[in-house]
Design a protein around this ligand. Structure first.
Ligand code: PLP
Length: 631
């Protein structure tokens, strides 16, 4: 076996570039997680997987490391603390977690708990998110920010809750919302916290660039901002205006776009502050990017800056504008969702074999009466070598055309066609492996490699677990969680369980490029698990039920101070009855109508009565099964 060290796997899969110190490989060749970021407190993923398998928790499994959430909260707050100290900024920093990024209760509650000492608040964008946020035990100093388009019920509830000593800021996205905020506040005798979302000229960068700037769906233009101020002033409520907010998109890939937007928003804040009112917060929204591919570039799945650089630029720019405008420095608020949650969860899914696209017989020699095309294929196959492989490969391509033409015209038997196809396939394989022996590989052989690459069938649904990979070509790190001390020798693409040709992954992260194939190991009779990393932001919230593959089993894992890991909680995935209920099938109705159909068949003599009980019983039992492949 070729020499291969663990360090080679770390490099090949870019673990140190995208892992933010949370992932590595141990000497057993297994992937490890460091939930607190400390090198001494590690969790061996293969050990967890074996333990869960022995407890009959079936795959795919989403592992949540809630301590990573805590570590990210600390890292973000510490970055701002350092920046504030470095630039002698006179205000402070307060984060809020935008729940749209991950509404999972375990995630939100852990962030609330971990963020208590930093006054981490919550941002909601809908009525349902508001109800969930109001019922979580928030620190009364922390902010609860209401964003998004709102109806009267949303606004009224937020205003009523403001009476309960919560630091709630309702952001007006439209003038009509502000009018309702004013009228209902008067009705209930409240001086609410109001924010205005500014529509900036500055644009973000990356995938959501086009949703920002002048044409953005959200925010108030300069004239609308002034009209809002007039309305507040006219109602004697200018003192309620406490926040200026903007958001120029998620995953901003270029730091200078952030600088530009912060500078513009700083000016908006300063001008409004001058008009009067109780302005004290400048909310810079989300956008803090995660370097999913580890390239530290402005590529869509990366970001060309670190968390510290982000904090430095924000603090410096706002401080500078405020000095220039001669106004007090605001409390800086950020709604960093992706940055807090992306690292904490990963999916482990088992590979269930290869999707074969051709059966290969052991004997490729054409029989006596075989067609001349097949015999020519055989000659090419037998005589191909490192010197002639290119020419012979081109000959084979021509022969292939002839093979199919002759078959269509009725001059070729099915047996000859099958043998010709098998020979052609093997000629391609041989040519590709000869090409690999040379330093320079021609493009045609690189494409050939992709064509010949194995497709590993993975027990998961792209649509449920990595929806952004399907919807917006977002790349996530993917790698085996075991055998990392062994050289991966096959190039593969991945296919999921759905009956959809889009249910595949054929683009993978790479420091310099995007890889079209992933290097993995040969499958043998041992289980082979893949890890899909950095899934904690947006993927839980946006996964769908294509083909009725449902939510997966979830497991929360923690590590204690002596380095022992524990399973804190197992949350079962959706059963078949659950996913059927989502599409409005009632379990009882289904069982009853299935029984009626079976009974009718029996009464008509079309099925044996002995089979009826078994069939009915199995139907009912199957309702409780999970939606993925079981062992
Ligand atoms: N704030 C608002 C208003 C948003 O719309 C979003 C998401 O797009 C966020 C915050 C979260 O952004 P991110 O996950 O990039 O931090």
């Amino acid at each position: 076996m070729e020499r291969w060290e663990i360090g080679d796997s770390i490099k090949l899969y870019g673990i140190e570039s995208w892992g933010a110190g949370y992932f590595s490989i141990n000497k057993e060749g297994n992937l490890i997680v460091r939930p607190t970021g400390e090198a001494s407190l590690t969790v061996d993923l293969r050990e967890i997987v074996d333990t869960l398998a022995s407890k009959k928790v079936s795959f795919p499994i989403l592992l949540r490391f809630t301590q990573i959430l805590e570590t990210q909260v600390e890292r973000l707050n510490e970055c701002f603390r350092r920046a504030i100290a470095e630039y002698s900024y006179e205000g402070k920093y307060m984060g809020v977690f935008p729940v749209k990024v991950n509404q999972n209760r375990d995630v939100v509650e852990e962030l609330q708990r971990a963020g208590r000492k930093y006054d981490l608040g919550i941002e909601v964008g809908s009525k349902a998110e508001l109800l969930a946020a109001l019922a979580t035990k928030g620190n009364p100093r922390s902010l609860l920010i209401c964003n998004g388009y709102k109806d009267n019920a949303f606004i009224d509830m937020a205003l009523l809750a403001s009476k309960m000593d919560r630091n709630i800021i309702i952001i007006a996205e439209r003038i009509s919302e502000l009018k309702r905020i004013i009228s209902y506040s008067k009705e209930i005798g409240l001086s609410p916290g109001v924010g205005l979302r500014a529509r900036l000229y500055s644009k973000g960068s990356g995938r959501w660039e086009s949703s920002s700037g002048e044409g953005s769906k959200f925010g108030l233009s300069a004239s609308e901002l002034l009209e809002c101020v007039r309305l507040l002033s006219e109602s004697n409520m200018l003192g309620s205006l406490r926040m200026v907010h903007f958001h120029i998109g998620s995953q901003i890939t270029e730091i200078d776009r952030i600088q530009g937007a912060v500078k513009e928003a700083g000016r908006v804040y300063a001008k409004l502050k001058r008009i009067g009112g109780g302005l004290e917060y400048l909310n810079i929204g989300g956008g803090l990017g995660i370097d999913y591919d580890g390239s530290r570039t402005s590529f869509d799945s990366s970001a060309n800056y670190s968390m510290q650089e982000y904090a430095n630029d924000v603090v410096y720019t706002i401080g500078d504008v405020c000095k220039n405008e001669d106004i007090p420095s605001p409390i800086i608020v950020s709604e960093s969702g992706r940055a807090l949650s992306a690292y904490h969860s990963l999916l482990v899914a088992d590979v269930r074999g290869k999707a074969s696209f051709n059966y290969k017989s052991d004997n490729l020699e054409p029989p006596e009466g075989a067609s001349h095309v097949v015999k020519e294929f055989y000659d090419i196959w037998k005589n191909m070598n490192a010197k002639n492989y290119r020419e012979y490969y081109h000959d084979a391509i021509q022969q292939k055309e002839e093979l199919f033409t002759l078959f269509s015209l009725g001059f070729l038997s099915l047996e000859d066609r099958a043998l010709g196809e098998m020979l052609f396939q093997d000629i391609c394989r041989k040519a590709e492996s000869y090409a690999r022996q040379f330093n320079h590989i021609a493009d045609e052989f690189i494409s050939l490699r992709k064509q010949l690459s194995s497709k590993y069938i993975v027990n998961f649904s792209v649509f449920q677990s990595l929806p952004d990979n399907w919807a917006i070509d977002h790349l996530f790190p993917i790698l085996p969680i075991q055998r990392l001390g062994e050289k991966p020798t096959v190039y593969v693409t991945l296919v999921d369980l759905t009956c959809d040709s889009d249910g595949k992954i054929d683009r993978f992260i790479d420091i310099r490029d995007v890889k079209e194939m992933l290097e993995l190991h040969h499958l043998d009779d041992r289980p082979y698990y893949l890890g899909f990393f950095l899934l904690g932001a947006y993927q839980d919230a946006m996964g769908d039920f294509h083909n009725l593959f449902g939510g997966v089993n979830e497991v929360i894992v923690v590590v204690d101070s002596s380095g022992d890991w524990h399973i804190k909680k197992i949350v079962p995935g959706d059963s078949l009855a659950d996913v059927l209920r989502y599409v409005k099938y009632n379990r009882q109705d289904l069982e009853n109508s299935f029984k009626t159909i079976v009974d009718k068949r029996i009464s008509e003599g079309l099925a044996a009565p002995n089979d009826a009980d078994l069939i009915k019983c199995e139907y009912v039992k199957m309702m409780d099964r999970l939606t993925y492949l079981e062992s």
